[in-house]
Design a protein around this ligand. Structure first.
Ligand SMILES: Cc1cc2nc3c(=O)[nH]c(=O)nc-3n(C[C@H](O)[C@H](O)[C@H](O)COP(=O)(O)OP(=O)(O)OC[C@H]3O[C@@H](n4cnc5c(N)ncnc54)[C@H](O)[C@@H]3O)c2cc1C
Ligand SMILES: NC(=O)c1ccc[n+]([C@@H]2O[C@H](COP(=O)([O-])OP(=O)(O)OC[C@H]3O[C@@H](n4cnc5c(N)ncnc54)[C@H](O)[C@@H]3O)[C@@H](O)[C@H]2O)c1
Length: 454
């Protein structure tokens, strides 16, 4: 038997983002010899140009709103407070550098070989680095993530993408966001609260097509009240002008206002091109996502894929959970380990946040017909009421069957982002309306509305 060379591994991972790192750490815990290839910053999209800097900006914008509330409530806030962006961004980036450093320490401690290189799949057991070095592995984990799409219209290259938002050093005076999904809604709320005048141009008839229509209706009202312009059914034909003064032209030839910044948020595409996947025998779907089965197995034996590159629910905790389970199966002797993709909770960090788990009312009616029972609570959180602000919260339960099993929980309002997690556990375990009613409320909170709905 030949002795293994230093280039032989039990696992080679392509991508040091949420899924790749989680998979590498879990495999190493099971005793696997692991190499991880990452040409960019550790942490991938989430840490560098996604969840983390986004949440930091969202927190800043929440503070801006709170300062305004405070002044309404009698605090002496001399002038209209302005955010010192460079100072805030320095704090944000310091926080992110701390995450990089922590990953490096953990990789080192786990004995994982980190190679700062782009990888290419040669066959089921061979990965080639950019410099031509070939690594041999028993198993390969593909976690190369996704990148923002640009619409195929003239001038699209003049506009920014979400990555560019994180390079801003001030709030641009006027901003257009193209797209009506997660990113558009989140960035619009942040920028408007930090001093920009924002317009959203969505192709769809409403924002957030996957979310519960009633909550989205309420969020849209909030956004209009905050001064965000909402343009639905918009068909973008071109982007024109000079940097700093850009205009959108629609399919009827109408050119609108000038914007200092246009940000495209029309979805993301899997990073599967040019890395040898199809040549090696990894099947892709029509959108370029890696096709995987319930165990994250690709069409090529010994090659698994997780996260955005599979086009499955594209959220960080999903990539992490799928990677850990796949590695438990491959290296941990848990043959049945796989992620259940049902009832994954999610939060859209809008203003206020929208948190959801399970079926929307429309999905429940499609699945269960008339046997759907909806409970809702509309209320003003105490701080909003004290400041005589009109922002209301809307909480909604979607129940099915005679036993009123809770099939969906939808929360729009202050604190919704922090309230949902615990209720998501309960929903996953088969929560019923009676269980909620059996639970004593915590008063006075917004969360208590969930157990008081009748
Ligand atoms: C603006 C924004 C906000 C978001 N906010 C949230 C949020 O609040 N909550 C949430 O759950 N999700 C959020 N997401 C989604 C989340 O960031 C992604 O779902 C998550 O990062 C996916 O993890 P991943 O490991 O699949 O890919 P990524 O994190 O993108 O990592 C992929 C890595 O692979 C590397 N790579 C690419 N090609 C190769 C190659 N050939 N060889 C080696 N390495 C390669 C890349 O450099 C990258 O580092 C947000 C996304 C965006 C864009
Ligand atoms: N809080 C979070 O968890 C969070 C935040 C941001 C992003 N994400 C993840 O990242 C993913 C990508 O976000 P996203 O907002 O780019 O995608 P998205 O899929 O949420 O929304 C894309 C939007 O663009 C629209 N669109 C598509 N093509 C268009 C075109 N040519 N012209 C105009 N509009 C067009 C779609 O109708 C849709 O409204 C999300 O689906 C989500 O999974 C999560």
């Amino acid at each position: 038997m030949s002795t293994p060379s230093p280039l032989d591994f039990d696992l080679v991972v392509l991508g040091g983002g949420s899924g790749g790192l989680a998979g590498a750490f879990r495999a190493a815990q099971h005793g696997a010899r692991v190499a991880l290839l990452e040409p960019g910053e550790l942490g991938g999209t989430c840490v560098n140009v996604g969840c983390v800097p986004k949440k930091a900006m969202w927190l800043a914008s929440e503070l801006a709103e709170r300062i305004e509330l405070a002044s309404r409530l009698g605090f002496d806030v001399a002038d209209k407070p302005r955010l010192d962006w460079p100072a805030f961004i320095a704090s944000r980036q310091r926080y992110i550098h701390g995450i990089h450093a922590s990953y490096l320490r953990r990789l080192d401690a786990a004995g994982i070989a980190l190679l700062p290189a782009r990888g290419r799949l040669r066959d089921a057991h061979t990965v080639e680095c950019e410099n031509g070095t070939r690594l041999r592995a028993k198993h390969v984990l593909l976690a190369t993530g996704s990148s923002p799409r640009r619409p195929d219209v003239p001038g699209a290259e003049l506009a920014g993408i979400s990555d560019d938002f994180f390079a801003l050093c001030d709030a641009p005076e006027r901003v257009a966001l193209v797209g009506g999904g997660y990113i558009s809604v989140e960035l619009a709320g942040v920028l408007q609260a930090l001093g920009s005048r924002v317009d959203i141009y969505a192709r769809s008839p409403r924002l957030l097509g996957h979310a519960d229509a009633e909550l989205v209706e309420r969020l849209q009202e909030n956004y209009r009240q905050q001064g965000i312009g909402l343009h639905f059914g918009y068909r973008l034909a071109a982007i024109e002008g000079e940097p700093g003064e850009l205009r959108l032209r629609d399919a009827d030839g109408h050119a609108g206002d000038a914007y200092a910044q246009v940000i495209l948020a029309v979805g993301r595409g899997a990073n599967t091109a040019g890395i040898g996947l199809e040549e090696a025998g990894v099947e892709l779907d029509a959108d370029g996502n890696i096709v995987v089965d319930a165990f994250q197995r690709t069409s090529l034996p010994h090659v698994v894929a997780v996260g955005d590159v599979t086009g499955q629910v594209t959220l960080t905790p999903v990539a992490i959970a799928a990677a850990r389970r796949a590695m438990d199966r491959v290296f941990g002797g848990r043959a049945d380990a796989k992620l259940d993709y049902d009832d994954i909770p999610t939060v859209i960090f809008a203003h206020p946040p929208l948190a959801a788990v399970g079926l929307t009312e429309a999905q429940a009616r499609e699945r269960h017909g008339d046997d759907v029972h909806v409970y809702r609570s509309t209320f003003r959180p105490m701080l909003q009421a004290l400041a005589d602000r009109s922002q209301h919260s809307l909480f909604k339960l979607v129940c099915v069957g005679a036993e009123r099993r809770v099939a969906g929980i939808h929360l729009l309002g202050e604190g919704a982002d922090e309230i949902l997690q615990g209720f998501a556990v309960a929903l996953k375990k088969g929560l019923t309306l009676a269980d909620l009613h059996d639970t004593v409320a915590i008063h006075p909170t917004s969360a208590e509305e969930v157990v008081l709905m009748r």
